[in-house]
Design a protein around this ligand. Sequence first.
Ligand code: ADP
Ligand code: MG
Length: 879
Amino acid sequence: MIPIQEPYNKTVTEVISQLEVDPARGLSTIEAKQRLKLYGPNTLSAKAPKSLWRILLDQLLDPIIYILASAMILTFIFDEWLEGITILVVIIITAFIGFFMEWQAIRSVESLQKLTRANAYVLRNGISRKIKAHALVPGDIIHLHSGNIVPADARIISHQGLAVKEAILTGESNQIQKNIAPLPVETPLAEQLNMVFKGTTIEKGNAVAVIVATGDETMIGQVNILTQEAGKERHPLEHKLNKLSGRLIWLTLVLVIIITISGYLQGKELIPMIKIGIALAIAAIPEGLPIVATISLARGMVRLSKQKVIIKKLEAVQTLGETGIICTDKTGTLTEDKMAVHTLVVFNKEWNFKEERSVISKTDSLLYQIVEIGVLCNNSSILEDGKNDDSIEIALLNFSQEMGFDISTIRASHPELEEIPFDAENKIMATLHQDKDAFLVCVKGSFENVINSCTRVLTYEGIISSIDRKKWELASNTMASQGLRNLAFAFKNTTFKPENNQLISDLIFVGIVGFLDPPREDVKQAIQTYKDAGIKVIMMTGDHPGTAKKVGEEIGLLPEDTSIKSVIHGASITNLEQISPELETQILQATIFARVVPKQKLELINFFQQHNFIVGMIGDGVNDAPALKKADIGIAMGIRGSDAAQEVADVILMDDKFTSTELAIRQGRNIFDNIRHFVVFLLSCNLAEIIAVAIAAVSNLPLPLLPLQILFLNFVTDVFPALALGMGRGEISIMERPPRDPETPIITGTLWLSTVIYGLSITAAVIGITVYTSTYLKLSPIIVNNMAFYTLVLAQLLNVFNIASRKVSFFKNEITNNKWVWASLLFSILIMLAVYNTPILARVLSLDSLNLEQLLTIIIFAIGSLVLTQILKRLKISD
Ligand code: ADP
Ligand code: MG
């Protein structure tokens, strides 16, 4: 249902009266509630979520299941009912675990999305407040600021320099300047300049607007082009893991063929051969791998979210561990963003306000001019909070108030007529005011841009028309070298109302104000950690090079080697496509880029990526969104960050702390280490099983492992130690080594070698005990099999201790320190004992009772395999 037709065709007054709202007070809370019931929530009805059946079916469409199912069918054909049914149970369990995991993952992604859902500023009961965008209703009066994503379709009531990016809706990538005049009925969407549409981004300026449509009634809801997450996205990690298990399956196929041919040549019977085939197929599949991988990734995400770091995309966890460069803005990320006026320079005079504010008299005429510009050329207010107020503007208001001026009197006597809002590109802001019968233009902005538009200077003796640019530049640089952020002030009076494009020209320069924005306490430590971790931190700021350099020094960002040109001015890197080799080296060595515009941030990220770095980017402004998207890891601030930045980011820091990125990177590295650990563990266990069965098959030994025993191993006893490895807290030195090369696979050559050696050592023990008990002790085949099986169980459990690097002590390392490892070993042994003592389970696994001597033999062989591996490791044959 739509409350109003063609709102762009009507005047603001008509729209407002039709929507029955008072623009000065907004809707009442009660009215809003009723309308919410009537029109429904302001959300797009998502594409029907994946049905539970679909999720379940997906689990069954998996190579692992195919192989198990073929094995099951074969066992039924051979009338092995017990085995067949057990395999069926295993299939069902596998499918259900997968089902549960995926369902859980979908739900947690949903809840994370809720956490990051956008807010909107709405006027209700006469009070401006921040609410969740989904609670907006037609008739709501909303405030829009640059950086916002428009929460619903709305008719603009008033605006200042509003420019909107509507590419998502119209495909038009340029900014669209808006106005409020009514338009003909036949105006196409792209030309409805008096409207703003849900999902588009406010690039510049601000506006007050009245909502005309919400939810599915909005343009974007109608066209429904908001891309919905289609199906389940396989993350690259899962892909890599699948490839790994795929290799094992191929290895098995090859083995099955060899064994069948050799068996055929030896004239063996068919049925035992098929049984061996089944055993091999089951042995080859690391059934626990996907489960363990999902759990450990999910756990990493949960751990991080407790530390106020929200990972929006699962694959980001992996990329975090590869990050080699972190680009960050300065204000608010490296500094507190709590500004205060510190220094004031006007013609022939300078004041410092460390503590003492009352050093100048209120009647000083130049001071008054600065205050007037500071108050008028200003979109913030001290009283109302909650809006995206600019901290530099707040500082100006505070200063004016402390100096004894009344902000509302100044504002009331100079109504604002026009505004050119500040943006990071032009670094200047101008406003036009009514000044009795004449007009006043107020301008503030970066020193260079302001002074370039000035032709005169205000002094105590009146206006003079010569500018001592050198002197002012010196003042600006001096402030910058103290780490002060500086802002220049200018104005002009006119008798005729100037056009918008004449505001910033022929100005009268008044002075420069320096703001103190102290660096954040904890940043220095984080930067040191990054240095140790081989990660380079790069500051990209629109601020003055001097200010950037000083802040950089304070937080330890500048290299100790002073011969390196560490600060690069944006003006010197205008074309990164064609640069000299010297400049290329300079850029690669630099840690600070000052006076850069948003487009250059994007180009620099691209430049670093071309030099094979994995680049993380921290940003908050709407202008940062493209760079955040371009970076391998986009990191947005949760509190200060604009909607647009949060929308494209992979990671959101809910507490806005630079140091939180360190937690994220540490966790990213840690998770990858853990994955390597349990992959090597599980693969070496599977390899041991495959080789043991294969050797037995070609050598006429009794089969050391029956299919169900293998299933039991893979499914029960192996999974718990693997999970424990996935929970590891990581080496202490994890942030003291360089970032991982993204090209390196999960399992490197060295790790494959280790996997094979661990696997073969276990096989050696299993085959050893089989030979020993069958040919030397001449025990019954069932006892031989049982002893081999138990040896395998125990040797595989002990295999966790092989995972620690040989460079650390065998007794004290991250594996022995991991209490989950001990718990999992204990748990696995308890399960084994329980099965042994439960007659029906013992029958399923073909287990008979053993005597103490046999038990000791098993223990000796199992420990023997651990000792063997450790010797091989210490001989540096494996890692
Ligand atoms: P960053 O966020 O990288 O520190 P900005 O792009 O915010 O840099 O600011 C760059 C320059 O623009 C500042 O050094 C200052 O001179 C000027 N500036 C910042 N905020 C405003 C504002 N609200 N109005 C006018 N000029 C501003
Ligand atoms: Mg900024």
